[in-house]
Design a protein around this ligand. Structure first.
Ligand code: MRU
Length: 328
């Protein structure tokens, strides 16, 4: 299985997703600060993977602390939590993972455990978050495969695969699950401007697995749907509000509306850590606005005239009326 992230003696190691598919290199983050930077700059991205990285970063940061008393260690830990929370605002998995680590710290501290015991507890929790994510992706894959007919041509947007999780993937996990059950599946991957997660990452990991993959630009999906060339849509999510509204990569809403118009089922696959019952509906989900350069430039090449105004919301919200089902 593709190793998205692991924590070893050197630090938290992750495949650099900014460089794929042309260069396959691994980045080793040697401190919590480096993990936070890796999340912010999208060395690692995808809601569940962000949560796992944050948990490992916190455990690493606490492990490196020189504090000898629990109170001072707690102060340092909470500062690290703030730094981690300040990386990306939309994926709720980040806050879910931080809260989980805070709970473990608080329980261990109030049970009177030593600094070393607290460090071990946090390390074990981070590893558990990683392993649970892989297990839940596999479970979603097996369970979600039932909505994927044999022979289906499945459109997906962004990358909700092994790279976006601790492994296996959510939307791509459902596709892997269907293939694992012997179904013949063809995947159509939206390129996903501006960061190109579909063209670069989804296509890369599916082709590694020998899965039939066709990349299209984002503006082609309507024509393919009208032409009867897409049977099903499966995407991931960064946050699902209590009423079922879904925040996911910008462009997901457009795909959902098109799918409804053409009578094509539109499924969202996401673990429990993506479901935010504290947010009533999609209007309460914070949408990250990223650097304009992602839109104005392709690598070093400028695409837009100097001083042209640019917007770069990284996510949109699909109202639940467009969602056929949530696989969780
Ligand atoms: O900006 P990104 O690449 O972190 O956005 C990722 C997505 O929108 C994914 O679809 C989502 O996180 C689900 S990943 C299983």
């Amino acid at each position: 299985m593709l190793p998205t992230i692991e924590w070893n003696d050197e630090g938290v190691v992750m495949i650099d997703q900014r460089k794929l598919p042309t260069v396959e290199i691994y980045v080793t983050c040697k401190s919590a600060k480096e993990v936070a930077k890796a999340i912010k700059t999208m060395v690692i991205r995808g809601a569940p993977a962000i949560g796992v990285a944050a948990a490992m970063g916190l455990a690493l940061g606490v492990r490196q602390s020189t504090e000898t008393g629990t109170t001072k260690l707690a102060r340092e830990f909470y500062k690290l939590c703030e730094m981690m929370a300040d990386t990306r605002p939309t994926a709720v998995n980040l806050f879910w993972a931080i809260d989980r680590m805070k709970r473990v710290f608080a329980e261990a501290a109030s049970a009177g455990q030593s600094v070393d015991q607290i460090k071990d507890k946090l390390a074990a929790e981070a590893r558990m978050i990683h392993d649970e994510d892989v297990a839940s992706c596999r479970a979603m894959g097996e369970f979600g495969a039932s909505v994927v007919p044999d022979g289906a041509r499945v459109l997906t947007h962004c990358n909700a695969g092994a790279l976006a999780t601790a492994g296996y993937g959510t939307a791509l996990g459902v596709i892997r699950g269907a293939i694992g059950q012997g179904k013949k599946i063809a995947v159509i991957a939206d390129e996903t401007r501006p960061f190109l997660q579909g063209a670069r990452l989804t296509a890369w990991e599916l082709m590694r697995d020998g899965i039939d993959t066709t990349v299209i630009t984002d503006n082609m999906s309507g024509a393919l749907m009208l032409g009867g060339q897409i049977d099903l849509v499966v995407v991931g999510a960064d946050r699902i509000a209590a009423n079922g509204d879904v925040a996911n990569k910008i462009g997901t809403y457009t795909v959902a509306v098109l799918a409804k118009e053409h009578g094509i089922p539109f499924y969202v696959a996401a673990p429990i850590s993506t479901i935010d019952l504290a947010t009533a509906d999609g209007s309460g989900i914070p949408i990250e606005e990223r650097n304009a350069k992602e839109v104005t430039h392709m690598g070093p090449a400028r695409l837009t005239p100097d001083h042209a105004k640019v917007r770069n919301p990284a996510f949109d919200v699909t109202p639940h009326k467009y969602v056929t089902g949530i696989i969780t």
